[in-house]
Design a protein around this ligand. Structure first.
Ligand SMILES: *[C@@H]1O[C@H](CO)[C@@H](O)[C@H](O)[C@H]1NC(C)=O
Ligand SMILES: *[C@@H]1O[C@H](CO)[C@@H](O)[C@H](O)[C@H]1NC(C)=O
Ligand SMILES: *[C@@H]1O[C@H](CO)[C@@H](O)[C@H](O)[C@H]1NC(C)=O
Ligand SMILES: *[C@@H]1O[C@H](CO)[C@@H](O)[C@H](O)[C@H]1NC(C)=O
Length: 122
């Protein structure tokens, strides 16, 4: 690539938009595979050096009549674990669920958010 001013500007723009304040990225659930009630459901993530060393896993649904507010499904997970199975999911069947990874001591401090996914009967 020739280093024209235009290229430099677009590279800088890409860097600005692709570096979030935290590197944790939720890879599962990805929105493609649904969760099944009462079955082990995999939560997986990637992280980078300098990320917080632990987080809480919170679930919510955009439809308040499915789930009103935020439910903590795992109080504390070590970031270095890379994956975690939740096996006691008894939430109602619905699309529109989303996971949030947040600071265990301050759930307003959000580290990552998943794609929307469905929960279905087994
Ligand atoms: C969780 O992470 C924070 C900051 O990264 C650290 O200060 C705290 O000791 C950790 N707690 C546990 C239980 O690992
Ligand atoms: C919200 O959930 C309720 C209960 O499952 C359902 O009847 C309703 O159609 C849903 N609303 C939307 C906008 O999806
Ligand atoms: C989660 O469950 C899957 C399928 O049962 C299994 O392959 C995987 O090893 C489990 N991972 C952990 C961290 O328990
Ligand atoms: C699973 O069990 C844990 C510990 O009993 C609880 O905190 C969590 O809310 C449960 N998760 C669901 C989805 O019911």
């Amino acid at each position: 690539m020739r280093l024209t001013l235009r290229n430099v500007v677009s590279v800088l723009a890409m860097i600005t938009f692709s570096v979030p304040s935290f590197g944790i990225e939720i890879t599962q659930p990805s929105g493609i595979v649904p969760w099944l009630q009462n079955e082990p459901n995999l939560i997986a993530w990637t992280f980078v050096n300098g990320d917080p060393s632990n987080f809480s896993v919170i679930i919510n649904n955009q439809n308040m009549s499915v789930l009103n507010g935020n439910l903590v499904i795992v109080a504390i997970v070590k970031t270095s674990d890379r994956e975690f199975n939740v096996s006691n999911v008894t939430l109602p069947e619905s699309p529109g669920y989303r996971l949030t990874f947040a600071d265990p001591l301050n759930s307003n401090e959000i580290f990552a958010q998943s794609a929307a996914f469905s929960i279905l009967p087994p």
